[in-house]
Structure formats: C-alpha cells, structure tokens
Ligand binder design. Structure first.
Ligand SMILES: C[S@@+](CC[C@H](N)C(=O)[O-])C[C@H]1O[C@@H](n2cnc3c(N)ncnc32)[C@H](O)[C@@H]1O
Ligand code: SF4
Length: 381
C-alpha cells in the first residue's frame, strides 16, 4: 500500500487577536502592513515551495486529508488557498474522497468565497462560534455577532458543503449555566454535523491572563466547568451527535478525518510558520514568525526550527494519551501489568465503561472523561 501523508497548512493572520488566544497568529498591524492581500500572496508562494520540499523528503504519497488552520484562513482570498491545494495536487496524489477542511471565522466568510473554495476541492468548514451570548463573545474579544454564525452556516450549506462544524468554548469568565445552555441550543439548531467544545484555557502572556491576574475577570470554579461538559454531552447525544473524542462530537459520517489521522499516529506535514510535522518517528516544527519563515524558504533552506526523534517508548506513551481520549479506547493488550492494575482501580472507582472492560478494552465513561487528564497521567507516568 502506498504511504499516506496528511497536510496541515498554517495561515498566521487574524483581523484582531482574541484576548484568550496564544496561537501563532498576527494582525496586519503587528506585521506593520495593512495590505493582507500582498502579505498573503508572498506567504503562499513560500508554502508552495515548502510543499515541493516535502515531496523531495517524503517521495510519492497519497494525501487523505488537508487542514487549513490558523489564524484565520478565511481572511485570505480563496484564490490563494486554491494555489496551495493545486500545489499539493501536483506534487502528491490526492486521495479520491479527500477531506479538505478550512477554519473560518463567522464574520470573514462570504458566499463567493465559499463557492470558490468549494469549487477547488474544499469539503469541510470548521467555524469558530465559541458562544451564542453577546456578553461572552465580548469578554472573549470575538469580533462576530451571535447571529452571524447561523448566517455563515446557511451560506456554507448553500455553497454545497456537506460537512460543517462549529467550535464552542465553555467556562468563560461571567458565563452562567443558562448562557452555556443557550449556546448549546443555538449550536444544535444549526445545520451542522460536527461540534467541538473546549474548556477555556488561560494561556500565559495573553490579555485574558493579565485580566485574570489583575482581578478584573474571574475564572469559574472547576466543578462548574464539569457541569457544563456534562450538559453539553447530554444535549449533543440526545440530538444525535455522538462523542468520538473527549471534546468532539459528530453525527454519523461527520467525524473529522484529519484529527483522527493525528490521533492515529499517521504521518502529516505542517506547512507554514510555526507548523508542526510528524514523519517516520521524527517530529519537527518550523520557525514561528512568518517573516523568518519566508526568509528561510527564499534562501532555499528548510524552515525547520527544531526537531525530536521519538523513541518506541515515547510513541507508546503518546498512543496511550491520545487513545484514552477516544471512544474506541485502548485494548488491554497494549498496556503493561502495572498500567492494567492502575486501570482496574479506576474501573472499581466508577470511571471506566464496564461493558468495554469485559471486551478487554479500556474506555472512559462520562465520569472518567471529566478526569481524563488525571487518568492518563497515572497511566503513563
Ligand atoms: C486557533 S482557532 C483558529 C480558527 C479561527 N480563527 C477561530 O477563532 O475559530 C481554533 C480554535 O481554538 C480555540 N482556542 C484558541 N485559544 C483557546 C483557549 N485559550 N482555550 C480554548 N480554546 C481556544 C478557538 O476559540 C478556536 O475555536
Ligand atoms: S481564536 Fe481564532 S480569531 Fe481569535 S486570535 Fe486566535 S486564531 Fe485568531
């Protein structure tokens, strides 16, 4: 069977930085250029050169998934993103039925953009909704209005996208249980087949972290976030969205194949500033700043900043960490005797699914999912 290689393409631009986000992204002002079209055109030239470099390193490969993430890919002209898809097509074999996802912000998509990106092969839209409550969006520093999510989802469907997902965030300062329920109900009223829901993380160095440190904003207690996770899971499952990873739910056939490739330990190449890659036991990441990234590429150099070689032990630990987050869980045979005995303690304490345990699989139940990080730590340390 020919080898497979997924692509992640990082688009490091946002119209405005959200207060909680520490992703590798820059506003045109931070890059001292108001002209995003010119910026993006030369950035995309560099990503295309990197795709050519990838084909020299990897050789022939079939591409099952491509994911444009950010930043805000929908800020770029669709024609620029189309050039990247074209470069992948001409350097590799695109699998029939390939999944090509685009992350978009609700207020930076238009019908012509969606039509154009669909016509060059995109198959899936992942939209940053976060909340349906105006005050929560304001605290997070989002630029869109709650109703723009519904309008953008309707446009994506009208453009012919079969797969549409929304991202939600719970546990924002000031978000009540009623606010969260409103966001869940709004998300479930949309014509979508996938939902991700993440607890808000206060990342060091962000505006949110400074506001929390100064006492201007207060993070909700952990048990409230647990209640919010449980409410989400209950409403999603009742609406036909099944969990397939701790923070991801989908209708049948709506799972994100690109994320599954990461979790399965498949090979992927991350193209662009700061992007991470994994190929044959080596993991590496590119220089972070788009300027340094483009400079390296223009000199014909690899944009790699650092790398690590993963030992079989590292790979097994990672497999356990990622697999524990998934509904399939882990076969007992993949665990050593000490891990199995720790797992048995969690079974007795009511954190594992008993039917799966009888089938020799370790699968978290709802309560277990709430303390997944602790269970994983105890198993791999
Ligand atoms: C980095 S964004 C890129 C896509 C797009 N710009 C957006 O905002 O949806 C991908 C997802 O990460 C989430 N995210 C970023 N920082 C986060 C944090 N500190 N805690 C939880 N989710 C976060 C965003 O809200 C978004 O849904
Ligand atoms: S959450 Fe999305 S829109 Fe906001 S700064 Fe991060 S990448 Fe940009």
């Amino acid at each position: 069977m020919s080898q497979q290689l997924s692509f992640y393409v990082h688009i490091p631009y946002c119209a405005k930085r959200c207060g909680y986000c520490d992703f590798n992204t820059y506003t045109p002002g931070e890059l001292k250029s108001g002209d995003l079209d010119a910026l993006s055109s030369s950035y995309i030239d560099s990503t295309i050169r990197e795709i050519q470099m990838a084909s020299q390193v990897v050789g022939p490969a079939v591409v099952p998934t491509v994911f444009f993430g950010g930043g805000t890919p929908s800020l770029l002209p669709a024609a620029q993103l189309a050039r990247v898809i074209g470069a992948i097509r001409s350097n590799f074999t695109i699998e029939q039925g390939v999944e090509i996802t685009l992350e978009v912000n609700p207020d930076s998509v238009s019908r012509p953009f969606l039509d154009e990106i669909k016509s060059v092969g995109a198959t899936r839209i992942s939209m940053g909704m976060q909340s349906a409550v105006g005050s929560v969006l304001k605290t997070l520093g989002r630029t869109h209005h709650p109703e723009s999510v519904g309008q953008a989802v309707t446009m994506a469907r009208a453009s012919g996208f079969e797969h549409v997902s929304v991202d939600l965030i719970y546990g924002s300062p000031g978000e009540t249980m009623e606010d969260w329920q409103k966001s869940l109900e709004y998300a479930l009223s949309l014509d979508i087949d996938h939902i991700s829901a993440y607890a808000l993380i206060v990342e060091k160095g962000t505006k949110l972290a400074a506001q929390v440190n100064r006492g201007e904003l207060t993070m909700p207690p952990d048990d409230q976030s647990a209640d919010k996770y449980l409410l989400a899971d209950e409403l999603f499952e009742a609406a036909g969205f099944s969990w397939y990873e701790l923070s991801n739910w989908s209708k049948p056939g709506g799972q994100c194949r690109h994320n599954i490739a990461y979790w399965d330990g498949s090979f992927w190449w991350g193209v662009g500033a700061g992007a991470h890659s994994y190929f044959k036991g080596k993991r590496w990441w590119n220089v972070k700043h788009p300027g340094s990234y483009q400079e390296r590429i223009s000199l014909g150099q690899s944009p790699e900043s650092c790398h690590e070689i993963l030992t079989p032990g590292n790979l097994l630990d990672e497999f356990i960490m990622l697999q524990m987050r998934r509904r399939e869980g882990i076969m007992h045979s993949r665990l050593n005797s000490s891990q199995l005995s720790k797992a048995e303690d969690f079974l007795c304490s009511g954190f594992l699914d008993t039917a799966s345990w009888s089938d020799l699989r370790l699968v978290l139940n709802r309560n277990g999912r709430l303390i997944a990080d602790r269970i994983v730590r105890e198993l791999v340390l």
